[in-house]
Each structure stands twice: as C-alpha cells, then as structure tokens.
Ligand binder design. Structure first.
Ligand SMILES: CCCCCCCC/C=C\CCCCCCCC(=O)SCCNC(=O)CCNC(=O)[C@H](O)C(C)(C)COP(=O)(O)OP(=O)(O)OC[C@H]1O[C@@H](n2cnc3c(N)ncnc32)[C@H](O)[C@@H]1OP(=O)(O)O
Length: 222
C-alpha cells in the first residue's frame, strides 16, 4: 500500500495511502442528525453517482493537515498544532457549517452540499455573506488543490444574487476553467437544490505554490 515517489526532492504518497492515513481522523462529511431531509436526499443522490467512479466523495477533517497527502512530509511545522479548519471549528452538530464535497475528476469539478446553521447568521434568518464566501473559497480551493496541488487564493470575486435562508440546503458547484502556468482560474455558482434560485456566483484565481504533484496526477499514475 505504501507507495512513495520522489519528485523534486519531496516525497509524496499515493492517493490510496493518503485515504488510509486520513481514515484515522474523524470524517465530518458524513450524515448526522442535524442534516435535513433535503440534505440527506442530495447526499444520497451524489453517493449513487459515486458508484461508477464518475464522482468521488471527499472526506472532511477538522485539521487541514489531514487533507494533505503525505502530510508528514508536507507539514512545515514538525509538531501537530491545536488548530482547526475554519469551517469545522464548531463542536455542536448543525449550528455552523454542515457540508459534504464531491469531486468529478474528469470535469475538474467540485460540488459542495451546504446547510448553513443558525450561528452563521447575517441578516435575520439568512446566512452571513462571509460564511457564503468561506464555503465558496473552500469548495473552489478543494477543486484547485485537486488539479494543481498546493495553492493559495489570490483573488475571490463574489456576486451575491439572493440571500440564503439559514437551515436551507444549497449546492455550491465549482470548476476549473483554465490553468496558465502557476495560475488556476475557477468559477462557481451557488444554487438552491431545485436549481431555480441563483444565490451567488464567483470567480477565483489560485496560485500554485510549488511544483509537487497534484492529486489528479497521483490518481492517474495509479
Ligand atoms: C481527490 C482529493 C481532492 C482533495 C481535496 C482536498 C480537500 C478539500 C477540502 C477542503 C479544502 C480547503 C481549502 C481551503 C482553501 C482556503 C484557501 C485560502 O483561503 S488561502 C488564504 C487567503 N490567501 C492568502 O492569504 C494569499 C496571500 N497572497 C500570497 O501569499 C501571494 O500573493 C500568492 C502566494 C498568492 C502569490 O505570491 P507569489 O509571490 O507566489 O507569486 P506572484 O509572483 O506574486 O504571482 C504569480 C502570478 O500571479 C499573479 N497574481 C498574483 N496575485 C494576483 C491577484 N490577486 N490578481 C491577479 N493576478 C495575481 C501575478 O501577477 C503573477 O503573474 P505573472 O506570473 O507575472 O503573469
């Protein structure tokens, strides 16, 4: 199982190895009792589409390091710190960000099923725009990481079209539009489950930080 390769002096693990390592941490992208019927139905729909390999469910951990393949080699700090990935910062289920991501590698597309909880309030009854930006950045970021490896957000531009009611379920749908050298251009739409309401749309530029292999390259070399 442990298949390593060396690229530019940096060891990277295979996708399978990363998955098995990551399995040791709690996966938050699994259904819990706070998920509404709408969230459960959408989750089941995507899980079904995972069966033929078109889509892949992306596990989610409270520590960002756990998302990185070969984390022991990538981590600049030797000790594991008591930090949390921002959207996984609350202990109580359902009050903050409830979400699950699915990746379509061939379409370079990442979708996120998002149910904003009551502690994400902005205007009464609606999700704060910053929480919408966070889930967009995380979804687009996950997509960019898959395609390009280590990246950082350089630009994120969001048009808010319709407020998102707290407790509702929306689909955050992102894709890579173009890669030019270190620059990864992506776009994203946030829609209601029935697709009728466009809540937000965004474009983003991510910059690749180094030349290590992307997860997509690792998966295709299996
Ligand atoms: C199957 C598995 C899938 C895996 C999925 C994993 C699980 C997914 C789950 C969960 C994922 C969670 C994901 C979280 C994501 C969160 C991301 C964030 O929030 S990041 C924090 C906010 N961002 C910052 O703090 C950056 C601050 N800025 C910087 O550090 C630098 O500016 C940086 C690195 C972005 C670029 O700096 P330089 O020095 O490396 O590069 P220079 O030379 O400045 O730029 C390179 C090129 O890009 C252009 N550029 C840079 N910034 C630009 C900008 N804002 N607009 C336009 N162009 C820009 C430049 O003009 C240059 O272009 P020319 O090569 O000359 O053509």
């Amino acid at each position: 199982l442990l298949k390593t390769c060396s690229l530019h002096g940096i060891s990277t693990f295979s996708f399978q190895t990363w998955l098995s390592q990551a399995r040791q941490s709690k996966d938050y992208a699994l259904p819990n009792s706070s998920w509404s019927q709408g969230m459960m139905d959408l989750y089941s729909r995507f899980l079904e589409m995972c069966k033929d390999g078109t889509w892949k469910r992306i596990p989610s951990y409270s520590n960002s390091i756990d998302h990185i393949p070969g984390k022991a080699f990538w981590c600049v700090c030797k000790e594991r710190k008591e930090t949390r990935l921002f959207p996984r910062n609350m202990d109580t289920e359902g009050v903050g960000f409830e979400y699950a991501m699915f990746l379509n590698p061939s379409e370079k597309r990442m979708v996120c099923l998002f149910q904003p909880g009551p502690y994400l309030e902005g205007h009464p009854g609606f999700a704060h725009g910053g929480s919408t930006a966070t889930i967009i950045d995380s979804t687009i970021g996950g997509c960019a990481i898959f395609v390009a490896g280590r990246v950082m957000t350089a630009n994120l531009s969001i048009n808010y079209r319709n407020p998102i009611p707290l407790g509702s379920v929306v689909l955050v749908d992102s894709k890579v539009d173009q890669v030019e050298g270190r620059k990864v251009f992506l776009s994203c739409q946030v829609r209601s489950i029935d697709g009728q309401t466009l809540h937000a749309e965004a474009t983003a530029l991510f910059i690749r930080l180094d030349s290590t292999k992307s997860l997509q390259q690792q998966m295709s070399s299996q």
